[in-house]
Design a protein around this ligand. Structure first.
Ligand code: C2E
Ligand code: CA
Ligand code: CA
Length: 560
């Protein structure tokens, strides 16, 4: 209610509430009297009645009078007209009003809070999901969806801390590179996916939550609870039968096999590195046999270490000029020198003299054969060209060519270039190949051999009778010379079967129009017997050991 009162006598001058108006103007003083209010204000705010009138502040004051409850009064004095302007409201109305508004605003506030909370929760959830996704991507291989190396490193502790024995299985696809090279990477990838699916299916039948990791390109690591040898072999043989089944990829039927290496915790290692190294060593043994399963044994270590070390040192051998050639003289039926077989040698500071049949296989396996092969060809032909200049004539030079060299597409180009540079006549160059050349892609090898032969370069079949051979194949091959392997020559004087073998080889070779060379001839008896059987050429310690270029020069100067 808004009212205006006169200060002098408290008479109401105006009251907004119409219903009271009749009596209001007749009541001499407003309720409560101005004086009481003045007192109360003085008590509460410390504003004296004088100041209240002088400064004209607006003051609010809460008081209760009747049963109707409290009232809130705001008043202000107007000194010009000496009037009090009073605004009073029942307190419960204000409270009601406040409550009404408060509830409304509270509801708005609450909904805002809840929405905000939900929003934050959604953001956090999305963020967590993204984080989990990123973690998944970092720890899983996108191709096979299997956990990767990082995952293995993060989760290995669980296995190691359990102290329960377990086995680590290392799986590597045999000749995967060939599959990739021949059919393309898409096919290779599809094969890996299918293979990993077979792994998942198989190991899921063995345990609830198998731990299969794609460790590298075509390498997988699996943790197994089985540790007993017999049982392990059983489990893995069964796995092999599943993996050996043909893979149908883009309408092609492919066959792939794997090799496996196994190490056991804690027997073969108490940490991941040691265990994986042990599986690697066991794998090395498996790779030799291919498509086989090996459980780590300490005896495997030596062979593995030796080869790893040889491989590392061999990589530096060419640059450090540790490789060189020696030449073993060859003789005809009349005992006349006509040529040499060139043989590679390697002397390493730490390993000493490493025999070629030890490091050539390492060079082949580690992809170093093309470059070492180029060195062998160049060095042999250059040094022999030097020898030729001393005698103004040319001798035969037989050079061993490894399969891997032969398969290198730049091989023939390099050979012809070297022959041209050294001015050695092509007809005095012989390439010695072995039977295992024909296990490889015969459709590639045969035309190449024919091309070489067409260029007047000779082909010799080394170690004949020791490897894979088919007489039918021999018939088709453009071969000039057959070398009877040393193992037959060794036994020829006291083993009838070896004698018969040598005789048969000579007969077959002659029938096919080839020259026959006996290698590893160490005694006069061997030489005589082989001469008698019809051998055309001889090589061996009986005549001469392999010689350095200088020694060969000296040898020729004294014998020719
Ligand atoms: P291979 O081609 O059959 O070489 C003959 C091996 O018999 C040579 O051993 C030679 O020194 C040895 N030898 C020759 N006559 C006798 C003998 O009367 N008695 C005995 N006990 N041994 C004899 P080397 O030089 O150690 O070579 C071993 C194998 O290493 C070679 O067998 C060949 O397969 C490979 N090799 C050697 N040099 C090269 C090369 O330059 N390139 C390639 N790709 N392989 C090579
Ligand atoms: Ca040879
Ligand atoms: Ca040989």
């Amino acid at each position: 209610v808004f009212s205006i009162m006169r200060d002098s006598d408290g008479y109401m001058q105006f009251q907004s509430n119409q219903s009271d108006s009749s009596t209001a103007y007749e009541t001499p003083s407003c309720i409560p009297s101005i004086r009481i209010i003045e007192d109360a204000i003085n008590k509460k705010y410390g504003i004296s009645p004088l100041l209240l009138r002088e400064n004209e502040p607006t003051v609010s004051y809460l008081y209760s009078l009747d049963q109707a409850g409290k009232k809130l009064v705001s008043l202000r004095y107007n000194k010009t007209y000496k009037l009090w302007m009073v605004l009073d409201t029942r307190y419960y109305l204000i409270i009601n009003d406040f409550l009404k508004n408060f509830v409304l605003y509270f509801i708005i506030f609450l909904t805002t809070c809840v929405s905000f909370f939900l929003l934050v929760r959604m953001v956090v959830k999305a963020e967590n999901r993204r984080e989990a996704e990123i973690l998944f991507q970092a720890t899983h291989d996108p191709l096979t969806r299997l956990p990767n190396r990082l995952f293995l490193q993060k989760n290995i502790q669980h296995w190691l801390h359990n102290e329960e024995p377990f086995s680590v299985l290392y799986i590597d696809v045999d000749d995967f590179k060939n599959i990739n090279d021949s059919f393309g990477h898409a096919t290779g990838d599809a094969l890996l996916i299918e293979l990993s699916n077979r792994l998942k299916v198989y190991f899921n039948t063995l345990s609830k939550d198998p731990f299969i990791i794609r460790y590298g390109g075509d390498e997988f690591v699996v943790f197994l609870e089985v540790t007993q040898d017999e049982l392990l072999r059983d489990v893995l043989h069964t796995l092999n039968t599943s993996l050996d089944k043909e893979y149908i990829i883009q309408d092609m039927r492919l066959i792939a096999s794997v090799s496996m290496g196994i190490a056991k915790f804690p027997e073969h290692g108490r940490d991941l590195d040691t265990l994986l190294r042990a599986t690697d060593i066991a794998m090395f043994a498996s790779k030799k046999a291919k498509h086989s399963i090996h459980i780590f044994e300490s005896t495997m270590e030596e062979a593995y270490l030796g080869n790893v070390y040889i491989e590392q040192e061999l990589r530096k051998a060419l640059q450090k000029k540790e490789l060189f050639m020696v030449y073993q003289p060859q003789f005809d039926t009349h005992g006349h020198f006509y040529g040499v077989e060139s043989l590679v040698r390697w002397h390493n500071d730490r390993l000493g003299n490493v025999p070629p049949n030890k490091f050539i296989p390492v060079a082949e396996a580690s992809g170093q054969m093309p470059s070492i092969g180029r060195f062998i060809l160049s060095a042999s032909l250059e040094e022999m060209a030097d020898i030729h200049r001393h005698f103004s004539t040319s001798f035969h030079t037989s050079i061993n060519v490894s399969i891997k060299q032969f398969l290198d597409v730049t091989f023939l180009e390099h050979l012809l270039k070297t022959i041209k540079e050294t001015a050695i006549p092509r007809f005095s160059v012989t390439l010695e190949v072995t039977e295992n050349l024909f296990i490889e892609d015969i459709d590639y090898i045969l035309p190449l051999l024919n091309e070489i032969r067409g260029l007047d370069i000779k082909i010799s079949m080394d170690d004949f009778g020791t490897g894979y051979s088919s007489l039918n194949m021999l018939r088709k091959l453009p071969i000039d010379e057959l070398k009877i392997d040393k193992s037959f020559v060794d036994e020829i004087c006291h083993d009838e079967n070896a004698q018969k073998m040598a005789q048969s080889i000579i007969a077959i070779g002659k029938n096919l129009g080839m020259l026959i060379l006996a290698e590893g001839v160490e005694t006069k008896e061997q030489h005589e017997l082989l001469s008698h059987f019809g051998c055309d050429r001889f090589q061996g310690y009986y005549f001469s050991k392999p010689l350095s270029k200088e020694d060969l020069l000296h040898f020729l100067q004294t014998t020719l």
